[in-house]
Write a protein that binds this ligand. Structure first.
Ligand SMILES: [Zn+2]
Length: 402
C-alpha cells in the first residue's frame, strides 16, 4: 500500500494525536489578539521548520507562510492566527489561555476559532514532510493575521504583494465536520447627514441633522425586510449598529448625524449595488445624505498599514467544481461516510481568496462554529486528527485525477 493511501494517512494522523493536542495547547497559551500576533508568528516560524517545511517566510504584513514541495498543483491551507479578546472573564470556567487538555478536548481562547485549524495543518505538514520526496504538488501553510479585524485583508496582501496565487485555498476555520463552500459577504456603511447649527433657544434658525436622519432610520429598518433571499446562503440583511451626532454644544441644534450599518450580502448582491440601493432611497435623497464605505487602516503587528474599504464580497464554490467533487470523494474514502456540504454563517478569508480573486476555495476545519468568540471555547482532539488526515491526503486525491 502506498504511503498516500487514505488508511495509512489516517493511521499517521492518529499516531500524531498527542502532537496535535499539545501543539494546539501551546498555540492557545500564546495570546494573539488581532494586531498582536508577533509571538505566535515567532513560535510558528520554529514549529514549521521542525515539522519539515522546505521554506518559511514572514511577509511584510506579518503573515507567516510555510511551503512544502515545488511543483504541480498549488494548494494553500489558511488558518488565521489572531483571535478576538476573551470578553467577560468571569464567564470563563478556567483561564482562557491555559490550553488545558481535558476529556479529549483542548480548551482556551482561539481553540475552535481557529488555532485548531493551524494545529491540524502542522500535523499534516509533518506527515507530508515524512513521505518520500519530491511531492507531486506544492502545499502552502499560511498563518494569516488581522482576520478578526478585517477578514481577507491578509490574503489581499498575499495575492497582490507576495504574488502568491494558489490553484486552491482550503480555509481551516471550524466547520462542525462539514465541508463549507461559501458564505454571505458583508460590508460596513455609514450614512451621514449634514445640518446647520444654531442656538438651541431658537431652533427655527437652524437645520437639525438629527430630525433629518430620523426618516432614514425608519427607511433602513423597512429595507431590511425586503432584501433578497438566496436558497443556499439565506437572506441579505441590514442592521443599524451605531447612531452618532454632533453639535457645538448640548444647547445647540445638531449639525451632523450619522448611522452605521452592518450589511450582509447574499448571493447576487454586490457592495456597489448595496450602496446604489441606499443612494436611491427617497429618504436619503431628501436629506441629501452621503453613503460611505469606511476605510480599514489599522497597522498590522509589523506596523504596516494596508488600507482597504470595508467591503467583503460574497462567494460560493459551485457544487460541481472539480475540487469540490475531489473533496467530497476524498472525505468519503477517508471517513467512510458522506460529508454534509454547507456554508458558514460567519465571514472568513474566503471573501478575498474567492470573493475578490476568484481562486477556488472551500472550507474544512476542526472545531465548531458556535464556539467562535464564546467563553469556554474548546476543540475536540478527534477533530484535529480527522482534519490533519484530510489536509495531508487531499492533494494526493487531486493529483491522482490529473
Ligand atoms: Zn475565525
Amino acid at each position: 500500500m502506498s504511503k498516500s493511501h487514505p488508511s495509512i494517512i489516517m493511521q499517521k494522523a492518529e499516531e500524531y494525536r498527542d502532537y496535535s493536542a499539545n501543539v494546539l495547547s501551546s498555540l492557545i497559551k500564546i495570546p494573539s489578539v488581532s494586531g498582536n500576533e508577533e509571538k505566535i508568528v515567532r513560535f510558528l516560524e520554529k514549529e514549521f521548520k521542525k515539522c519539515g517545511a522546505d521554506d518559511v517566510q514572514i511577509d511584510d504584513f506579518g503573515n507567516i507562510i510555510a511551503r512544502l514541495g515545488n511543483t504541480g498543483t498549488v494548494v494553500a491551507y489558511d488558518a488565521h492566527i489572531d483571535t478576538v479578546d476573551i470578553g467577560e472573564e468571569k464567564q470563563w470556567d478556567t483561564d482562557p489561555f491555559s490550553g488545558e487538555i481535558k476529556d479529549e478536548k483542548v480548551y482556551g481562547r482561539g481553540a475552535s476559532d481557529q488555532k485548531a485549524g493551524m494545529a491540524s495543518m502542522l500535523t499534516a505538514l509533518k506527515i507530508l514532510a515524512e513521505m518520500k520526496k519530491p511531492l507531486p504538488f506544492t502545499a502552502y501553510f499560511v498563518g494569516s493575521v488581522l482576520e478578526e479585524d478585517c477578514d481577507g485583508l491578509c490574503w489581499q496582501y498575499i495575492v497582490k504583494e507576495n504574488k502568491l496565487r494558489p490553484d486552491l485555498v482550503i480555509i481551516t476555520e471550524p466547520t462542525d465536520g462539514k465541508i463549507n463552500r461559501g458564505q454571505r459577504g458583508r460590508m460596513e456603511i455609514e450614512v451621514v447627514v449634514e445640518g446647520v447649527s444654531c442656538h438651541g433657544s431658537a431652533p427655527e434658525r437652524g437645520d437639525n441633522a438629527i430630525y433629518k436622519i430620523a426618516p432614514i432610520i425608519t427607511a433602513l429598518e423597512k429595507l431590511n425586510d425586503v432584501l433578497p433571499i438566496d436558497p443556499f446562503l439565506g437572506k441579505g440583511t441590514l442592521a443599524a449598529s451605531r447612531l452618532r451626532s454632533n453639535s457645538p454644544s448640548l444647547c445647540a441644534v445638531a449639525d451632523k448625524a450619522a448611522i452605521y450599518i452592518d450589511r450582509r450580502l447574499t448571493w447576487g448582491e454586490s457592495p456597489e449595488q448595496a450602496v446604489k440601493q441606499l443612494e436611491s432611497l427617497p429618504e436619503i435623497k431628501a436629506a441629501n445624505a452621503s453613503v460611505q464605505i469606511p476605510i480599514y487602516e489599522r497597522p498590522s503587528w509589523r506596523g504596516l498599514v494596508y488600507p482597504t474599504p470595508k467591503k467583503y464580497p460574497t462567494w460560493i464554490m459551485a457544487e460541481d467544481h472539480q475540487f469540490l467533487k475531489n473533496a467530497v470523494k476524498y472525505f468519503e474514502s477517508l471517513f467512510k461516510s458522506k460529508p454534509v456540504v454547507d456554508k458558514w454563517t460567519f465571514s472568513t478569508n474566503g471573501v478575498a481568496s474567492m470573493g475578490m480573486f476568484d481562486i477556488p476555495t472551500f472550507g474544512f476545519g476542526p472545531g465548531m462554529e458556535k464556539m467562535a468568540h464564546a467563553p469556554n471555547e474548546y476543540a475536540a482532539i478527534d477533530d484535529l486528527c480527522r482534519c490533519a488526515a484530510f489536509y495531508a491526503g487531499f492533494p494526493w486525491e487531486i493529483v491522482s485525477r490529473e
